[in-house]
Design a protein around this ligand. Structure first.
Ligand code: ATP
Ligand code: LTN
Length: 340
């Protein structure tokens, strides 16, 4: 166990848990909206992060591709700045307590509650040929992830708020029956968090499962691909770089530029006064390429150092098991299971 993580636990810093699915590539939206904030949180909180690969099989995965995606996600998060000396970082399927507590929590979660989840409704419409039970009970597994570590705060985006609310309800219900067992988690809304929108339909969020690859930028996209995608970004016919109503495309590009450079939207408007959208798109593309360059370089090193990655995720899983087993044992004892 890293000294730094031990110290944080001893100091009783608030604990944060969050996870990301290794489904496909990680986008600029994931990076600016979530990962970059996780990196910042590491100094202030006792952070635990996971690659949520158990969640990912709620949609069909190709085995070879899936194996690559899991390792790639693990390496990419480290490349983005998740520091295994400061934070506990592991792969969900390596820690068996998650699936075990998920089963238990399933028995304290109501069919009606799960039926109301908008992600379930959306995803079952999208994958009508595979509306499996895992897709339906996905939120109980997410609740298990969070509750096993007694997380105080859970940074999630808008789309996961409903699942977090359900995790709170499950924890409260269980505590109500058996007495205080689980910490009831709160959402964590970062002070600065960018909502990145699709480059092709800026009324929608940038999403890695969007079939149109021009709608998203992957953190690992090559510089010329990134530039091409920005040049093709949908804008409007006004030809003025400023924030405005009905200018979703430009608003999005200004948001990205601002998130990446730290400039305000007024600064950006002033800088591009009298210039066309072509110049602006090129500038945004360049700024994003520069932001991602060091991450890509670090990723290239890491992905070729399998021994290092293996050591990190093994250590992470071992430590995660220790923490989570205690919570699982406590919950099982309260239910009435016979001790081993
Ligand atoms: P999917 O397309 O499969 O739903 P996704 O790209 O939306 O995937 P998730 O794995 O659901 O990504 O989300 C991981 C994290 O990234 C979450 O915290 C989510 O809120 C955040 N996130 C995802 N897309 C964006 C976006 N466009 N802008 C800001 N944050 C985002
Ligand atoms: N469902 C989340 C990923 C996720 C998660 C979690 C987030 C799995 N377990 C626990 C926060 C806490 C997603 O798809 N973004």
């Amino acid at each position: 166990m890293s000294e730094e993580i031990k110290n944080k636990q001893a100091e009783k810093k608030k604990r944060i848990f969050s996870a990301i699915q290794p489904s496909g590539t990680i986008t600029l939206g994931n990076y600016l909206g979530a990962l970059r904030n996780w990196v910042k949180l590491q100094d202030e909180y006792d952070c635990i992060f996971a690659v949520a690969d158990l969640h990912a099989i709620t949609v069909r995965q190709d085995p070879k591709q899936f194996r690559n995606n899991i390792l790639e996600a693990y390496a990419l998060l480290i490349a983005c700045g998740i520091d295994t000396e400061k934070s506990l970082f592991f792969i969900q399927s390596h820690v068996h307590t998650h699936a075990e507590l998920a089963w238990i929590l399933n028995c304290y979660t109501q069919f009606g509650e799960l039926s109301r989840m908008t992600q379930f409704k959306d995803k079952s419409a999208k994958h009508a040929d595979n509306v499996n039970a895992g897709l339906f009970t996905y939120p109980s597994l997410m609740a298990a992830d969070i509750l096993l570590y007694k997380a105080d705060l859970v940074p999630v985006g808008e789309d996961q708020k409903q699942h977090l609310e359900l995790s709170r309800n499950i924890a409260e219900r269980f505590n109500g029956v058996y007495g205080n067992t689980f910490t009831v988690p709160d959402g964590y809304i970062p002070k600065v968090g960018a909502r990145v929108r699709s480059l092709q339909d800026p009324t929608k969020k940038m999403s890695k499962s969007d079939e149109n690859a021009n709608s998203w930028v992957a953190v690992l996209d090559k510089p010329d691909t990134i530039m091409k995608k920005f040049k093709r970004a949908v804008t409007d016919s006004e030809a003025r770089v400023c924030v405005g109503e009905g200018k979703d495309g430009i608003n999005n590009l200004i948001g990205i530029m601002s998130a990446v450079t730290g400039k305000t939207s007024d600064d950006i408007t002033a800088e591009f006064e009298g210039k066309g959208y072509g110049d602006f798109k090129t500038a945004v593309g360049e700024a994003v390429i520069e932001e991602l360059r060091p991450i890509q370089e670090r990723f290239d090193q890491l992905i070729n150092d399998k021994a290092f990655l293996e050591e990190q995720y093994r250590k992470g899983a071992e430590f995660a098991l220790k923490i989570s087993q205690r919570t699982l044992d406590k919950a099982m004892k309260k239910i009435g299971y016979l001790a081993k």
